[in-house]
Structure formats: structure tokens, C-alpha cells
Write a protein that binds this ligand. Structure first.
Ligand SMILES: O=P(O)(O)OC[C@H]1O[C@](O)(COP(=O)(O)O)[C@@H](O)[C@@H]1O
Ligand SMILES: [Mg+2]
Ligand SMILES: [Mg+2]
Length: 311
């Protein structure tokens, strides 16, 4: 068995734990407002975000509401969002990187969308190893929140501005039953295509076009999510700071694995705030097979977890 990864996420301090709790409570409180905005902010505004994507009115609304409420917390020093070119200083404390509305293109078709928050102890762009916590909200038939700290992953039901525990300790099964792969098949790298042909014989296809909703399927049933590099997107589509790092942290804290082509997503060198990365996350067995197929060496999660699948 290969040695564990070179670095681990430092356990968060009592202040960081308190800050994470306040962030989660604040987001639970604004969920009803966000859901209402999804009904009334459905048009494209003609403005483009730093990744060159046209923003929905709901993208802008969610970003402004999250900036005002999270940026107003005493424990937050920096607010950054995929909708803004640069981070903004809002005080002293932790840095948060937010995808205010993930899966925006699903709003018009009334499919699942989400919000992703990475909570870093360090200046942005930061390493995944600077994460002290991460969460996502999934706006589906019900609204749920998946919250990861170095104590593990807890799922909450968000209702009427409150949250209640739904799953106290989320842990991925060794193999699972679903897969979701993004991007046009003809543009996949040949090694990934070989892997996909193999996996689809054993797992059920679950792909809906919103990272949070697709990853939540994997966390619920076990399996694998992938958005690989493409011919037209050699660095992949998903953003490291706002999407890949927080999702990889949640998955690894739930005893799964993440990979980006040469190692754990959390090992990726942060170069630019809006840099993109290939993203592979999921249960240990399908991820180990994927890593080997892509020419890598499956190693244990890079963050120490209480229930490491490698013990
Ligand atoms: O439309 P595609 O190529 O399937 O890409 C889907 C991916 O793009 C995204 O919608 C990008 O996120 P945003 O909507 O926040 O820009 C992801 O949620 C999803 O995984
Ligand atoms: Mg997104
Ligand atoms: Mg978004």
C-alpha cells in the first residue's frame, strides 16, 4: 500500500469550528430567500463572469446575498466568488470561496442546482490542504446541506431557515452503484474513455449537469463522478477554488478519493483564482481503478479521516 499523501489538513481550531457553524447556520437561514429568487430571477443578464459564462439573474442575486451575509460575519476576512474577478476583503479571518449557484443552466429546466462553499485558512487562491471545512447546499425536492469538517461529513435537512441532522456521519461505500461523467464523449482522453466503457457495464448512469446534484448521487449511492479534461478544455471545466477543492474535501472526509490526473485534487498547486481542473471523485474501488487506468498510483486519502478506507 502506497504511503499516505505528503500533507494533511490541519485539524481546525475551536474558533474555526465556531466559524463553520455560523456559516452553516447563516446559509440555512437564507435558503428560503434563495429558493424564492430561483422563481423570480430566471433571465440572463447579458453580463459574463471571469470564466466567460453568461450570468443568470439568480447567479448575481445569490452572489450578492451570500457576500452580504457571509461577508458580514466577524470570522470571515475574505469573500471570493466564481462570479467575481477578484476576492474582496471584508474583515479579518477565514477566506471563503463560493459558487453561489452551481448548475445555473439547470434552473430553466427545473432540475437540481446548488451552492458550494470552500472555507480556507489562508489567502486565495489557496491549496485544498488549507481547507478547514466545506459544504454544499442541494436545492432539490427538499433542500439539503452536506457539511464537511475534519470530524467527518454530516447531512442536514434545511427547512424554514433552520437545519436538522438527516445523516450524522456520511461515509461512501467501497464500490457503489452510480456514475456520472461530464463533457462530450468524443472529446474524452482515450484512457478515460476506456475506463468509462468498463464502468458503464457495472454502474448505473446518473448525470444531470449540476456538480452538486451529481456528486450528491455519488455520496448517497456510492460510485464515481468525473469531469475530465477535454480536447477543447485541456484543463477541464470545473474551477479548483470554488468547485473541485470543496467537493474533493467533502468526498475525502466521507472516506472517498479524489483525483485530478496526477494526484488528489487537494494537492493541486493553486496558481490563479479561477483556474480549472479535471475532477474525479467517488468510492475507493472505482476511483482506484480510474487512477490506475489513467496511469497513476492509488494512494490513501490525503487528509486523515476517522474511518480511513485504507486502514
Ligand atoms: O453542461 P456540462 O458540460 O455538462 O457541465 C456541467 C457542469 O457545469 C456546471 O454547471 C458549472 O457550474 P456553474 O453552473 O456554477 O457554472 C457544473 O455544475 C456541472 O458539473
Ligand atoms: Mg458550479
Ligand atoms: Mg455557479
Amino acid at each position: 500500500m502506497a504511503a499516505p499523501g505528503p500533507r494533511s489538513n490541519d485539524p481546525e481550531t475551536a474558533d474555526e469550528s465556531a466559524c463553520i457553524t455560523t456559516i452553516v447556520d447563516t446559509i440555512a437561514d437564507i435558503v428560503p430567500k434563495l429558493r424564492t429568487a430561483f422563481e423570480t430571477h430566471r433571465s440572463y443578464e447579458g453580463d459574463y463572469n471571469p470564466s466567460g459564462e453568461e450570468m443568470l439573474a439568480a447567479d448575481v442575486y445569490a452572489d450578492e446575498l451570500l457576500e452580504s451575509r457571509l461577508g458580514g460575519l466577524d470570522c470571515i476576512g475574505t469573500y471570493a466568488s466564481e462570479e467575481r474577478a477578484d476576492p474582496i476583503q471584508v474583515g479579518t479571518g477565514l477566506s471563503i470561496a463560493v459558487d453561489p449557484l452551481d448548475g445555473s443552466s439547470n434552473l430553466g429546466s427545473n432540475n437540481g442546482v446548488g451552492t458550494i462553499v470552500g472555507i480556507y485558512d489562508g489567502d486565495l487562491p489557496a491549496s485544498g490542504h488549507d481547507l478547514v471545512g466545506a459544504m454544499y447546499v442541494l436545492y432539490g425536492p427538499t433542500t439539503t446541506a452536506m457539511v464537511a469538517t475534519d470530524d467527518g461529513v454530516t447531512e442536514y435537512l434545511c427547512s424554514d431557515g433552520q437545519r436538522e441532522v438527516l445523516t450524522p456521519s456520511v461515509s461512501l461505500p467501497e464500490t457503489g452503484t452510480v456514475y456520472g461523467f461530464g463533457g462530450p464523449v468524443p472529446e474524452w482522453p482515450s484512457a478515460f474513455r476506456r475506463y468509462a466503457m468498463s464502468v458503464q457495464r457495472r454502474l448505473k448512469r446518473r448525470y444531470g449537469g449540476a456538480l452538486v446534484a451529481d456528486v450528491n448521487q455519488v455520496l448517497s449511492h456510492g460510485g464515481v463522478f468525473a469531469y475530465p479534461s477535454l480536447e477543447t478544455r485541456p484543463s477541464g471545466k470545473l474551477r479548483l477554488q470554488f468547485e473541485a477543492n470543496p467537493i474533493a474535501y467533502i468526498i475525502e472526509q466521507a472516506n472517498g478519493l479524489s483525483y485530478q490526473g496526477s494526484g488528489s485534487v487537494l494537492e493541486t498547486e493553486p496558481e490563479r483564482l479561477h483556474q480549472r481542473t479535471p475532477l474525479f471523485v467517488g468510492s475507493p474501488e472505482p476511483l482506484a481503478e480510474l487512477i490506475e487506468t489513467l496511469g497513476g498510483k492509488a494512494t490513501p486519502p490525503t487528509i486523515t479521516t476517522r474511518h480511513s478506507p485504507w486502514e
